[in-house]
Every structure is written in C-alpha cells, then in structure tokens.
Design a protein around this ligand. Structure first.
Ligand code: SPQ
Length: 431
C-alpha cells in the first residue's frame, strides 16, 4: 500500500553539523571485494540502506559469512573459487550497482545462479554489461529479453578484452574489470569521460595491481585478493540534498563531517561554486586511496549555470536535486549530456520536470537534459517518488522552500540510500 509523508516548515533555517551515512558505491564494493577475497574483511561506516543489504544477501546465498551490527560489517570468505551454488535466486532488489557488478563477478565464478530484481530494476538495461561480458566468453541467458533481469549466469572461463566504453558508466567499467580479474590475460577498459573510480582504488587496497593511463585502466587476470579493513566515508550523493538545502534556504549554514571527496564524485561542489554558493573545505584527509573531509556550505544568492560534458559522470545522481536548486537561481540553467538519467530507477529527466512543474517551476526537457528558468517561487502539492529514492528526497527538500506543504507519495524508497533521512532533516532545521 502506498504511503504518504508530509513536509511542512514555517520559515526554516538549516544550521549545525551533519555526518551523512556511508557511501553507497563504496559500501557495495567493500562487500563484493571482501567476498571475492580470501580471509577476513572488516568494514566500518557501511551504509545500512536497502541497496547495500541486497548485496550482502546475495553473498550470503553464495556461502560467504557476513555479519553486520549497524554500520560495522565483517566478511569472512573462502574466496571466489570456493563459493557455493545458491539454492534460490540472487535478488538485487532495486540496486543497479548490485545487479551490474554482480553480473561481472558471477560471469567468471564457478557457480551457476539466477539473478532477479524488483519491478523498477527489471526495466533497467543490462545489455550494456552482458554484451562486453559475452565478448569475454560469459554464459548469461534469459527466458525473455537478454537486456533485462531475470538472468541466469553460468560461470565460465573468461578471456580478457580491450573495451572502449560506449557509455560513461562506472557500473559497466566495474563489471568488466571484476570479470577481468577472473579472466585469462590483460583486460583494458577505456572510458569516454572519467566515472567514479572506487572499484579501481579498492582493487588496489585488496592487493591487486591496477594500471591507469589517461582514460584507460588495465588489469591482469588471475590476481588473488586478500581480505583487509575498509573505512567508508560519508556519501557525497546523500550530502548533496542537504548541501542544496543549505545553499537555497536563507541564512543557512551547515558543516558536513567526514564526507567523501573523491574527485570523481565532487562535481556537485564545482557546480555549487559556479552558481555562487560559498563552500569551505575545512579539513581534507585521505585513507586507503579515498579522500574525505569536512565541508561548510552557506546560503548564497544563486546564479544559473551550464552543467554538461565531463562533469556529468561526476555528479550524475545529484542532477535531480540540482534541478530543484536551479529553480531558485537567477537565469537559465542548462543541463545537457545527461541522457543516462533516462535509464536510472525511473526516467529522471521526465520525472523531475513533471514533479517540479506541479510546484510552478519553469522547466523544459530535452533528449539529454533540462533547461530551467528561475528564480520561481514554488507552491506546495503532492509529489510522486516513482519508487526512486533521489526523487523522494528531492520532493522533501523542496518542502523547505514551498509556500504550502509538500506531500510525498511512496516515501519509503528513501531507505534505499538514506535510511535516517527524515531524522537528519528534522535535526538540521531550526524554525
Ligand atoms: O545502483 P543504482 O540503482 O544504479 O544507483 C544510482 C543512484 O542514484 O543511487 C543510479 F540510479 O547510482 C549509480 C550511479 O548512477 C551508482 C553507481 C556505482 O556505484 O557504480 C554508478 C552510477 O551509475 P552508472 O550507470 O553511471 O554507472
């Protein structure tokens, strides 16, 4: 049954400090590499969101021992060569990252498995991964269309490939590299634009040798991974919702503690700066190849900007909330080169435009983005989440600047990436 959540504030101001939950992309990869590896991996700061729990569930069905106490996870694995054949389908839930990276991992494992997902994931394209994996010799079949889950993966002997990526996607890159780890020879992947590089960094952390030259990554197959300790920084994609809130709600000032600052993810900070937002990085550190730090965001008058080209993969998941911000900026904000938004949990171009227009926003959609004219005062109303966590959180943040309350239909999807979102919102808002 669909639920509703109402967000209503009278003259809010956001103030204080916030430590957002662990990075979703890094949490997935820590469990995946810990399960491929032999031995014990400890993960601290793990994201206990539904997507990452789907990843844990899959490996438990493959015979890996994984225990979790809140955000502390211990993975004890016999290594990929000793996984058990699962007796039930591996369920990726709503998680594209789980499905696509696992296709790469399972392609070269010595087990046969079936993979399924929820109603939204079952409509997202898998061919972008199954095509290159088939070139490596993967045996992935389906009873219906091979572009979609459910799929059956029969572990096979893989050969390395040199792959030029037709789309800018960290999931495709990672699936090929993880298959390449089990393949004969040297696998290389060349990107059009640099996407998040957590897989490459973490492979090195687990003892693999990965070479990078320009936009090409090379990996020798047959390398063994060894369990290690992983510390997960805060997720900048989750922080982005409150960063935008602080930037557009008058007199706000918020410090984000220990938030991930990997340069392949910080496009949001570049765009906020180009819109006139005052950003101060207070303390930047690095560990295990991932950077993190404390970042202060202050309310500022906003100017429109252009978002396109190489920055897109560095902020792809932040575009829905940036669209909301653009409604409050002076001038025409153009978002382009973002056609990938159409194949996320929902078509995020149409969904964002449809929902923000209900509040009075002036938005035109294009094939690969949106054109938003501002500033526009926003009214209240009922917004749909489309079962998409990022749409649900965008709707909630809109409630900070609308003249009337916002009612969010089906807000429970927010737990996919940010289980305590509404508590953090309530703690930051001073009325
Ligand atoms: O995992 P999923 O469902 O694909 O999640 C999303 C999100 O909004 O959280 C996209 F819908 O993030 C992707 C991101 O868009 C996570 C990700 C990763 O961890 O590798 C990479 C990006 O996807 P892609 O297709 O560009 O590789």
């Amino acid at each position: 049954m669909s639920q509703q959540k109402t967000v209503s504030f009278k003259r809010p101001v956001l103030r204080g400090t916030l430590q957002v939950p662990g990075d979703k992309s890094i949490s997935h990869r820590a469990v995946m590499l810990g399960s491929i590896a032999t031995g014990k991996t400890t993960i601290t700061g793990f994201l206990d969101g539904e997507d990452c729990l789907s990843t844990i569930g899959m490996f438990q069905k493959l015979g890996v021992t994984i225990t979790r106490e809140g955000t502390n996870v211990v993975v004890e694995s016999p290594g990929i060569a000793n996984w058990e054949t699962p007796t039930e389908p591996l369920d990726a839930g709503n998680s594209g990252t789980t499905a696509r990276l696992m296709l790469g991992i399972l392609a070269g494992a010595s087990v046969t498995s079936e993979m399924c997902g929820d109603q939204y994931l079952s409509k997202r394209p898998m061919k972008r991964v199954t095509d290159p994996l088939s070139m490596m010799g993967a045996d992935i079949t389906s009873e219906g269309q091979t572009d979609y889950l459910p799929l059956t993966i029969k572990g096979a002997i893989l050969q390395a490939i040199d792959y030029n990526m037709p789309v800018a996607s960290a999931q495709v890159k990672s699936a090929i590299l993880l298959a390449g780890l089990q393949a004969k020879g040297i696998t290389s992947v060349t990107e059009q634009a640099v996407s998040r590089d957590h897989t490459e960094r973490m492979l090195m952390q687990f003892g693999a040798k990965v070479e990078q030259s320009g936009k090409t990554i090379r990996l020798q197959g047959g390398q063994q991974l060894t369990g290690t300790d992983v510390v997960v920084p805060g997720d900048i994609s989750s922080a982005a919702f409150f960063m935008v809130a602080a930037a557009m709600v008058k007199d706000s000032e918020v410090i984000f503690e220990k938030v991930g600052l990997n340069p392949t993810r910080t496009g949001i900070l570049d765009v906020l700066q180009s819109m006139g937002v005052t950003i101060t990085v207070l303390d930047e550190k690095g560990f295990s190849g991932e950077r993190y730090g404390d970042v202060k965001i202050q309310y500022s008058p906003l100017q429109a900007t252009e978002i396109g080209g190489d920055v897109i993969p560095r902020l792809i998941d932040e575009l829905p909330i940036l669209a909301l911000l653009a409604t409050q900026a002076e001038g025409r904000t153009v978002i382009k080169d973002a056609e990938e938004l159409r194949v996320k949990e929902t078509d995020r171009i149409e969904a964002v435009a449809t929902e923000l227009r209900k509040l009075g926003a002036v938005i035109e959609t294009t094939e690969d983005g949106m054109i938003i004219t501002g500033p526009t005062p926003l009214t209240g109303g009922t917004l749909q989440s489309y079962g998409d966590h990022r749409l649900g959180m965008m709707a909630a943040i809109a409630g900070l600047i609308t003249s009337e309350p916002i009612h969010i239909d089906n807000p429970s999807c927010i737990a996919i990436s940010y289980p305590h979102f509404f508590e953090d919102l309530a703690n930051l808002v001073k009325q």
